[in-house]
Design a protein around this ligand. Structure first.
Ligand code: ATP
Ligand code: MG
Length: 663
């Protein structure tokens, strides 16, 4: 018999802050629910209110799991929940699939044959490992045979996992031109997996697949977590890949658990990373009792922006056709299409217009410039700087992926996991005169010794005796000799015998050891020191080294942005802008061949072209009040600039929906 408790007295009136469609989803008792609705209709808001409502109904926070696209999104939603529910949301498990997987694997990875304290390889580390392996297996023939670069191997390896197929299948479907290298690639991939295991490391994909494996193969753990999570909620469901969909099934598929996913099939933009929009279509097959909720009111954009967005996406074949009615009506400036003579002028237009808007009192944080690819932002960055307009940029290298930060972090990684090959190689290759070959020999010596020491001390995960003592017998090639003793002494200093240093102290010390290298290697040494200062500041509240290292690996660029400066304009790729909104949005580089990308046009692949259009739709629907669509008639620099017609996405828009601005 099922008995339902009433909400605690003094609760909020949710129905006043939600429309009836949203309210129905927020309060549903359905075990499996799919909320499917267009952009800006309050899907994320619905999830937030549902979490608040669950807390109000007495669900313990630790029994709620909230999966989001960025860790920041989870943080913001939970902050909002705290104000809504009036009680702590702090125990809720919230974050990206990767960070939740990391959290669970930290406790149980030993069941999969890892040692405690595994390290995480980010994209840059993965490429370093693939480069080393390519050298080993493809050697001298790399150039002659046009053997694929490390980046390509990395994408192939990762895409296959995220599509949930073998790499040979992905090779056939997405990289047919590489078939002739199949044998060598196979050797490299085998070695890649072996090296990761040997060095007790996981890449991002391993975090997902290992969690799947853990829960599939260990019924006791699966039962534990299923019992624990009474409610699993997933935002941006249209962009889940195969292992993620499996994780949802494994964690949210318990007898007593409820699962709610929200998404918009028209905004699926990550198939190039293995996301599969079919998961949303198949939801009702996977969960036959699933209830579907639709929301048909848009709260974000003024009607003129909504109309142009609806018109744009109408060109795509769609399975879930959605009507979106505007809730807003004020401030109806038509979206502007602005052709400019070239990319420099385009940037000047953007900067001048932003300058005017800010002078009229609009805070910079209400303005965004969006583009398809990071390098499209270069001219705008320059122009904004020239006009003294502050901006923050969320595309490009992640903060923690910058070389000097990684140099420092490598010391801490090696300290925490002495088997971390990538970290070790990174450190020793900063010694003058040490190249790949010497680094490889040193690693063999180090690895053998570290393994032997760990085998003799099974209760330890790191080398807790002084490194100089443990490593005394390693044979050191002549090129490395001048620096080896210093390196070991430095490692010892990071691990004093009397107490454990905090992450902040560790960064400071490692930085001292790297100072000479940094001065010699980076021309903008001063700026890089400032970055390191920021790094230590952001560490202040992190208690232990393992937590810190996981954060470093898992936080995206969006996540590491500290409190938003009200003056700062946002520059972002469209992919990174998913789920976000600004009062005023500029979309730049809307030339045919730039967006849609010429490679997609040339391939003639209809599915890829549709994804480009969805990406355009995501961009349009970020805007609340004003929208500027710009493109350069000529693109490039004077000596190689190319004529660039307007994007087909612009020319197919009905003329009455926009205004043409002539510069
Ligand atoms: P996207 O598809 O871009 O992720 P979404 O469907 O998740 O969008 P939200 O971001 O939740 O939409 O909501 C868009 C905006 O509309 C937000 O500013 C939100 O606060 C506002 N909004 C949503 N529903 C309501 C409502 N019932 N009343 C007032 N404002 C609302
Ligand atoms: Mg959303």
């Amino acid at each position: 018999m099922k008995y339902t408790l009433r909400p605690a007295p003094g609760g909020r009136d949710f129905s006043a802050e939600l429309n009836p469609e949203q309210y129905a989803a927020v309060t549903t008792d359905a075990r499996h629910a799919l909320v499917i609705a267009g952009a800006g209709s309050g899907k994320t808001r619905t999830l937030t209110y549902r979490v608040a409502r669950l807390l109000e109904c007495g669900v313990a926070p630790w029994r709620i799991l909230l999966l989001t696209f960025t860790n920041k999104a989870a943080r913001e939603m939970l902050e909002r929940v705290s104000t809504l529910a009036g009680s702590g949301a702090s125990g809720i498990w919230g974050g990206t699939f990767h960070s939740i997987a990391n959290r669970i694997l930290r406790q149980h990875a030993q069941r999969l044959g890892y040692r405690p304290g595994f390290s995480i390889l980010d994209g840059d580390d993965q490429r370093a490992l693939f480069r080393a392996l390519t050298k080993q297996f493809a050697g001298s023939t790399v150039k002659k045979d046009r053997f694929p670069k490390a980046e390509v191997l990395q994408s192939l390896h990762s895409l296959a996992i995220n599509q949930g197929c073998s790499w040979q299948q992905t090779l056939d479907s997405d990289y047919p031109h590489l078939r002739k290298h199949e044998e060598t690639i196979s050797k490299i991939f085998d070695a890649y997996r072996a090296r990761k295991l040997e060095s007790n490391t996981m890449d991002f994909d391993d975090l997902l697949t290992n969690l799947v494996k853990l829960l599939r193969e260990h019924a006791d753990l699966r039962a534990d977590y299923r019992q624990r999570f009474l409610h699993v909620l997933v935002d941006e469901y249209q962009d889940t890949n195969t292992p993620q969909a499996e994780i949802i099934g494994l964690l949210g598929g318990g007898e007593d658990s409820s699962l709610m996913v929200v998404g918009d099939d028209a905004q699926s933009i990550y198939s190039w990373r293995g996301a599969n929009v079919d998961h949303i279509f198949e939801f009702t097959n996977t969960y036959p009792d699933a209830v579907i909720y639709k929301i048909e009111t848009n709260y974000r954009s003024v009607p003129a922006i909504l109309e142009i967005s609806n018109a744009a996406i109408a060109g795509n074949s769609r399975r879930f056709a959605k009507v979106l009615r505007p809730a807003r009506n004020a401030g109806n400036m038509k979206p502007a299409i602005v052709p400019t003579p070239d990319n420099r002028t385009e940037a000047r237009f953007v900067a001048q217009r932003i300058d005017e808007l800010m002078a009229a009192g609009i805070p910079g944080s209400d303005i965004a410039v969006l583009y398809r690819a990071h390098f499209h932002s270069m001219d705008v960055q320059m122009e904004l700087t020239r006009n003294h307009i502050p901006y923050r940029i969320t595309s490009g290298l992640r903060f923690f992926e910058q070389a000097h930060i990684k140099d420092i972090v490598a010391w801490l990684r090696l300290l925490s996991n002495p088997l971390d090959e990538v970290a070790f190689r990174r450190i020793v290759s900063t010694f003058p005169r040490v190249g790949e070959a010497t680094a490889g020999k040193l690693w063999q010596g180090w690895l053998g010794t570290a393994q032997a020491w760990l085998a003799a001390h099974p209760e330890e995960t790191a080398l807790t005796e002084p490194h100089s003592r443990i490593m005394a017998k390693v044979a050191v090639p002549a090129a490395a000799r001048p620096h080896w003793a210093g390196f070991l002494a430095a490692m010892d200093s990071l691990h004093p015998e009397d107490r454990e240093l905090t992450p902040t102290e560790l960064v400071r010390l490692a930085q001292n050891h790297m100072d000479a290298h940094m001065k010699a290697s980076y021309e903008n040494y001063e700026e890089r020191l400032e970055d390191l200062e920021q790094l230590t500041r952001s560490l202040a509240d992190m208690a232990d080294l393992d937590t810190f290292l996981s954060q470093v690996a898992l936080l995206s660029e969006v996540d590491t942005q500290t409190a938003v400066d009200p003056d700062c304009v946002t520059l972002s790729t469209i992919h990174q802008a998913k789920g976000l909104e600004w009062k005023i949005v500029f979309i730049i580089f809307l030339g045919e061949g730039l967006f849609p990308h010429y490679r997609v046009i040339q391939s003639g692949d209809a599915a890829d072209l549709e994804e480009e259009l969805r990406l355009f739709y995501v961009a349009l629907t970020r805007a609340e009040d004003q929208l500027y669509l710009t493109y350069p008639r000529y693109n490039g620099h004077s000596y190689d600039s190319q004529f660039c017609p307007p994007s087909r996405f612009l020319t197919t828009l009905p003329e009455e929906l926009y205004e043409l601005w002539n510069l």
